[in-house]
Structure formats: C-alpha cells, structure tokens
Design a protein around this ligand. Structure first.
Ligand code: HEM
Length: 329
C-alpha cells in the first residue's frame, strides 16, 4: 500500500515537473516556440493532425502538395499565410504560375474551421500551414519533429512577388545558394529540403530544354543520364505542356532518401536537382545520404523544416490571426 502511494505521488510530481518544464520551452528570437498553443488551445495540434490524417487516408498523394505549399508560403513574404489569400481581381500569390499546381487548400480550410470551433481567433493560418506540412510527412511515416508555433498572419498577397522569390527548376547552384541565403537558409538546408523531391510530381515543360535544346544546338543536358533522358523523351514530346512526371520514379509516394541516390546517378529531374552536385558541400551531403548507414536525412529534414519555418515570421502584435484563411479579417 505504502509503495503504491509513493509511486502515485511520484507520478504527480513528475507530471507537475513536466508541465513546468514545457511551459519554459524556449522561445526563439522571433517569438516562436514549440507548444505555443499548449495553454491557449491545448487541442490545436491534435485537431490539425486529425484533419490531415483523415484527408490523406483518402488521398495519400496530398502529402506532396501540402509540403510544397509551406515552402511556397515561406519563401514569399515569409511564413505568414499569404499563399492562402484570395483577391477578387485574382492578382494573388495563388494565381502565380508556380502556385497553379498547388493542391490541398481545402485541408487547410477544414483544419482551420475545426480550430475556430474549438478556440476562436487563437490559431493562425500560417501555423496551420506549418503543422499541416509536418503532419502530412508523419502520415507518410516520416519521424515527427517539434513545430515551432506562434506565427501571425499577413494581410498582403501579390501575384508579382512569387516568381522573383521562388527558386526555379532551371536555376544553377550559385543562384540556388544565393536565394536560400537571402532567406536565412544555408547550403545544408538547400540540399536537405531539396530532398522533399523524394515525393510528388513535376511536369514536362520544366525539363523540355534538358531533353531537346539545352544550349540552343538541339542538344540535351550533359548532366542528365543518357538512358534516363531517353526514357523522359518518350514521355515528354517537345510541345507537351501537361504530362506529369514522378520526381522519384518508382518511389514517388514514399518519403525516403532515394532522391539522393537518383541525384548522385545524374537522374535528378530538374537542373536545380542536378545542380546539387556542383558544390562541394551539397555534393558531399548527397553522396553521404546514398549510404544506408550514413543517411541522416530524416533527422536533418525536421531541423531544416524548422529553419524554413522561421523565415520572415510575424509575431507578437504584428499581423493578425485570420478567421478564415482565404481572406484577411
Ligand atoms: C531548391 C529549389 C526548388 C525548386 C527549384 C523546386 C521546384 C519544383 C518544381 C518545378 C516542382 C514541380 C511542380 C509541378 O510541376 O507541379 C516541384 C515540386 C515539388 N516540390 Fe520543389 N522545388 C524546390 C525546393 C523544394 C522544397 C524546399 C520543398 C519542400 C521542402 C519542395 C517540395 C516539393 C514537392 C513535395 C513537390 C511535388 C508537388 C506535387 O506533387 O504536387 N521543393 N518543385
């Protein structure tokens, strides 16, 4: 009996200690922290996770566009939900060419509606995007990571800011490194996050030049494996604007390190994937991930997602918490 009492009191002691420690979870310089909603909306993360898991049970291919949506939000005006806003005149980010193939906005709406029911006006749309991106990867069996929250939502969206802020599939390594640096991300983040291309699809126009006219002399990209180029030419005729291509053929639904194996074999789909072999640091990361014993990809991915989630955030009294993610309050 006495031992039982002792272990019960230990249990409560540990619980109190744990909740004290978690309320001291460090807030980073920008005012974000893991568990920002623990007190104000304790079920927030569970609610988002349920929306994502329910949707991905029906359509597992949603994982890829939901991950990409967070990247496209963060690189344009920072992670402040501008990619979700809609303007009557359609001059919003959503209507910019690179965003036309984004999908899954209804998952964000559903999660947000459930959150508004549980705790109105508390959880920002930009945090929903960050949590959804993580949960979509967890639904694909990627080990989870702690998402920093506490972002507030922006009030501006501009169609003209998208292509100038997002890297292009035609970019070389110098340009990619510069663009990531301008967002506060390093070469490691660049190569790790490019590993997001282990899932999902691209389209023929993004590689037509690599297949048919690389330097204007009807040649193909010498950095593209010749056998792979031949198989891609069968799928993409020079004027094809619609055919979808698996970025990681054979395992494009599985989040794994096989992207790096492909890149190391000169089978990365885009010039921007192939470019990772043109810098010593990014190349050595790619090669390291091809060794099953050396692969740190999963762990690194969580770290770089957190880094990306810090780009240009609005916190404290800046911005707002939107009621609906598609419009400002
Ligand atoms: C490094 C610079 C990057 C470039 C140039 C780039 C470019 C592209 C392009 C052109 C597509 C094809 C879109 C389509 O045709 O529908 C794509 C797809 C994708 N990208 Fe990237 N991307 C980059 C970085 C990232 C990052 C940082 C992530 C996330 C961590 C990411 C995640 C994805 C995913 C998951 C898809 C597949 C989307 C789908 O299946 O709907 N990309 N990317």
């Amino acid at each position: 009996m006495a031992t039982l009492k002792m272990s019960i009191s230990w249990f409560f002691f540990l619980q109190i200690l744990f909740s004290l420690l978690s309320s001291f979870a460090p807030t980073n310089v920008q005012g974000l922290k893991v568990g920002f909603y623990d007190k104000s909306c304790p079920k927030a993360e569970l609610i988002v996770k349920k929306s994502v898991f329910d949707a991905m049970k029906k359509d597992p291919t949603l994982g890829a566009p939901l991950l990409r949506m967070f990247f496209h939000d963060c690189f344009v005006r920072g992670c402040e939900g501008s990619v979700l806003l809609e303007l009557k005149n359609k001059k919003d980010e959503k209507n910019a060419v690179p965003n036309l193939s984004l999908r899954g906005f209804e998952i964000i709406d559903n999660a947000k509606a459930a959150l508004e029911k549980e705790c109105p006006g508390i959880v920002s749309c930009s945090d929903v995007l960050a949590l959804v991106a993580r949960d979509a990867m967890v639904a694909l069996n990627v080990p989870s990571w702690g998402v920093e929250t506490g972002r507030r939502d922006g009030r501006v969206t501009n169609i003209n800011e998208v292509t100038s802020n997002l890297p292009s599939p035609f970019d070389n390594i110098t340009s990619l490194i510069t663009q990531f640096r301008s967002k506060g991300l390093g070469k490691k983040d660049l190569v790790v996050l490019s590993g997001g291309h282990t899932i999902g699809i691209g389209h023929c126009p993004q590689i037509t030049n690599r297949l048919y006219n690389f330097t204007g002399k009807r040649d193909s990209d010498p950095n593209l494996d010749t056998e792979y180029a031949a198989s891609l030419r069968k799928k993409c005729k020079p004027t094809d604007t619609t055919t979808a291509l698996e970025m990681d053929p054979g395992s494009f639904k599985t989040f794994d390190a096989s992207y790096f194996k492909l890149v190391s074999q000169r089978r990365g789909l885009f010039q921007s994937d192939a470019a990772l072999l043109d810098n010593q640091e990014t190349k050595s990361y790619v090669l390291k991930q091809t060794k099953s014993y050396g692969s740190t990809f999963f762990k690194d991915f969580g770290v770089s997602m957190v880094n990306m989630g810090r780009i240009g955030v609005l916190t404290g009294r800046t911005g707002e918490v939107r009621k609906k993610c598609r419009m400002v309050n």
